[in-house]
Design a protein around this ligand. Structure first.
Ligand SMILES: *Cc1c(COP(=O)(O)O)cnc(C)c1O
Length: 418
């Protein structure tokens, strides 16, 4: 499928939809402006200079760029400290280090927004039996599900948090790849108040993946003690080649650094191998890039609305992550949707995504992605399990214009069968 294959009626539909989204787009731009200002101020206050871009090798002692970037993240997220490292292999790694910063053997960690993201389950010990999981070290796990309406169950959270050995509470902001809504920062703030009222000593961690810069405030502005996320999602701005970040209270960030490297070394080591500039540049672009992804997701919601296909969030709903859930209803639609998204990628646009049996999944999974950075999901991508009700999760788009073409090709491919 090529851009030239987009049907004339899809251009008409797109023009109609885009007109309808003017208010939403203006809001995304306004959020990006506020966040850009915050990022720029942090760059200025921390005197970013050319010298920050030189990297270290070997042990990586005294890496100026690394140290300045930590301070910048801390300022942006309003925290005492931050740990921004290419040495985190992914978001899961950063989140795991953050979880370990909160507990000791005998403690209990409580997930209060239902089952955590897939990859965290083995780190916690909910599934599998991995050496070194929280469970392995004698940390108990508890869970409070979201209500049937997808809201936090504040009463049940208060009750569960009152248990004596609960020292940590975990919140997942984004819908991840689950049929639930993303939590707004306000909702996260309310959970924080409920928990701290029951026990002010509980540390609250937020899985902030996909949420950064979608709002003008972050979970750390409303009571979260520590947050973590991936640099090949929002805060890397599509430029950071790998890595993760943690931001939070000094003591907790220090603990997490000990888990990332080794006890006694913490954040003092970790060479940056010439990647500092990319992390700075990515962060500088991130508020804008996130707005591009939000526009792409919102445009997708509008187009699906025109197609009579259920999707969430709706085009006019408030967003707290960059993910668009699309209920495609059939295997054929799923393949066509992914074909279009794939064709909208700058890399590998000519390949046809096919479902495959991915390890750890109980049914074939289809994925569309053609990214400059492998696995980067701030770049346009979509995937989903090949089973009823055939839900695809779409996210990213480094530029709205390119994301829009991807969605238009997806719609064209779906109309093709009629
Ligand atoms: C992406 C994501 C993670 C971490 O995934 P990685 O692929 O390891 O970066 C964790 N939680 C949520 C909600 C996510 O979206």
């Amino acid at each position: 499928m090529k851009i030239a294959d987009i049907k004339p009626e899809v251009y008409e539909m797109a023009a109609r939809v885009q007109k309808r989204l003017a208010e939403q787009f203006a809001e995304f731009d306004a959020v990006a402006e506020v966040n850009t200002r915050r990022v720029m101020e942090a760059f200025q206050n921390n005197r970013v200079s050319d010298a920050c871009f030189a990297g270290t090798t070997g042990y990586g002692y005294d890496d100026l760029g690394r140290e300045v970037l930590d301070k910048i993240y801390a300022e942006i997220f309003g925290t005492e400290a931050a740990l921004v490292r290419i040495n985190f292999v992914n978001g899961t790694h950063a989140l795991t280090a953050a979880m370990f910063s909160l507990v000791k053997p005998g403690d209990k960690i409580l997930a209060v927004t239902g089952m955590p993201y897939d990859t965290l389950r083995s780190a916690i010990g909910i599934s599998g039996d991995c050496h070194g999981s929280l469970k392995f070290y004698g940390v108990e796990y508890g869970q409070v599900d979201l209500t049937d309406a997808g809201e936090p169950d504040y009463e049940a959270i208060a009750k569960a948090a009152a248990e004596e050995n609960v020292t940590a509470v975990m919140i997942q902001r984004s819908r991840g790849y689950a049929d639930r809504k993303a939590l707004t920062v306000e909702e996260i703030g309310r959970i924080c108040s409920v928990v701290k009222e029951v026990n002010p000593n509980i540390n609250i961690m937020v899985d902030n993946c996909y949420g950064e810069f979608t709002d003008v405030i972050e979970p750390t502005n409303v009571g979260a003690d520590i947050i973590a996320g991936s640099l090949i999602k929002n805060p890397g701005g599509g430029i950071a080649p790998t890595g993760g970040y943690i931001a939070g209270r000094q003591e907790l960030v220090d603990n997490a650094a000990m888990r990332l490297t080794t006890p006694g070394i913490g954040g003092e080591c970790g060479s940056t191998l010439g990647n500092n500039r990319l992390l700075f540049q990515g962060l500088f672009l991130a508020p804008h890039t996130v707005a591009q992804a939000l526009k792409t997701a919102c445009f997708c919601a509008g187009m699906m609305d025109e197609m009579g296909i259920e999707s969430s969030p709706a085009w006019n709903e408030k967003r707290s992550d960059i993910i668009q859930m699309v209920k495609l209803g059939s295997a054929d639609n799923m393949k066509r949707f992914c074909l279009g998204i794939q064709a909208g990628a700058p890399v590998d646009s000519y390949v046809t995504p096919e479902p495959w049996a991915m390890p750890g999944y109980d049914c074939p999974v289809i994925m569309a992605a053609g990214a400059f950075i492998q696995g980067s999901s701030i770049e346009l991508s979509a995937d989903g399990p090949m089973r009823e009700p055939y839900i695809a999760y779409m996210q990213g788009g480094l530029t709205y214009e390119s994301g829009k073409f991807g969605i238009m090709m997806a719609v064209s491919a779906m109309l093709d069968k009629e």
